[in-house]
Design a protein. Structure first.
Length: 324
């Protein structure tokens, strides 16, 4: 994107928000805590919960604190005893992690609850903004999502191996344990989304975009897309089975943290695409979309096969998703 006055304003506003988040979390005296206990969900769901709880903490003047073992499904205790997000990401709270739920009868402690009141507008504590609620959540995600150097090394290695090159469309198809949460969508719906974006790029930029970065947990999807003559499909070579991510990590525990890091790497690469096709009902797909919004200040061209209720508990102006 070319540098102009609009970009400068966006960068300055983003910088102010990130600076405020740093001051709030990293210069806290930790005398009022909002504890985040694990829910044993997927990696994407756990990260989204950190974001929503951090937003909630601003409204109650608290600082978040993570429970030890909150990522025990994805982080091996022998490699990272705390088993928190610190195993893969830079520290985003100065308050120490706790071993178990503390006494919440004292005002010092509170536990984040999923039924907490819905935040309907960005906090004004960091200054006034004309940006919407979705941008606000995206900036909080960007703050907590700062991968460790060893994670980024894997990302750069994968990008080199698969010959990452723009322009390209990211495609995320989650099967795995997805059927336990949502009805699986036929692959034709995702193909329709790709076609929609291809027409957009051809009309607006004169580009024929047929390079697809595919992120999926289903080996059969890989074969279907590879056999298509319509696309140049690239993807990360990693263990794939139609089971929960935590079960996959357990089966390949002899590889250490590599399976988890590869999952995170897929998310990072999906945030750097020119277009996005997936479903907002998947946190795995939703997080990269928001990361891209946070980094570049606009939503990338996208198509969600489930575009009706993909943001539970988040009430925002849907015009913020406009890209056409």
């Amino acid at each position: 994107m070319d540098t102009n006055e609009k970009d400068y304003i966006e960068s300055e506003e983003k910088w102010k928000m990130q600076q405020w988040l740093w001051n709030y979390q990293m210069e806290s005296k930790c005398n009022r805590l909002l504890q985040i206990a694990p829910r044993w969900g997927g990696l994407g769901a756990d990260m989204w919960r950190v974001v929503t709880s951090m937003v909630s903490s601003f409204e109650s003047n608290r600082t978040i604190s993570l429970q030890r073992g909150s990522l025990s499904q994805y982080a091996h205790v022998s490699l990272c005893p705390k088993q928190t997000f610190d195993c893969f990401f830079n520290q985003f709270t100065i308050c120490p992690s706790f071993v178990s739920k503390l006494n919440t009868s004292e005002d010092k402690y509170d536990i984040f609850r999923p039924d907490s009141p819905v935040i309907t507008k960005p906090t004004t504590k960091f200054g006034k903004t004309k940006r919407g609620l979705l941008w606000y959540y995206a900036q909080v995600l960007h703050f907590v999502w700062q991968p460790l150097p060893e994670v980024m090394e894997v990302v750069m290695d994968i990008r080199k191996k698969i010959k990452w090159q723009h322009p390209l469309i990211c495609l995320h198809i989650r099967h795995g344990d997805g059927y336990t949460e949502n009805k699986l969508h036929p692959i034709e719906g995702f193909i329709n989304g790709i076609t929609k974006l291809q027409k957009h790029f051809n009309k607006t930029k004169g580009q024929h975009v047929n390079r697809i970065f595919l992120a999926t947990d289903d080996p059969e999807v890989i074969e279907v897309m590879k056999n298509s003559t319509s696309y140049d499909v690239i993807y990360n070579e990693e263990p794939r089975k139609n089971i929960r991510g935590s079960q996959l990590v357990e089966q390949y525990k002899h590889l250490g943290h590599l399976p988890t890091i590869q999952v995170i790497a897929n998310m990072i690469m999906m945030s750097d695409c020119d277009g996005w096709v997936g479903t907002f009902r998947s946190n795995f797909a939703k997080l990269p979309f928001l990361l891209s919004y946070a980094k570049y200040g606009y939503v990338m061209p996208h198509h969600s096969v489930h575009d009706d209720k993909g943001w539970p508990g988040l009430s925002f102006d849907t015009r913020e998703l406009n890209w056409q």
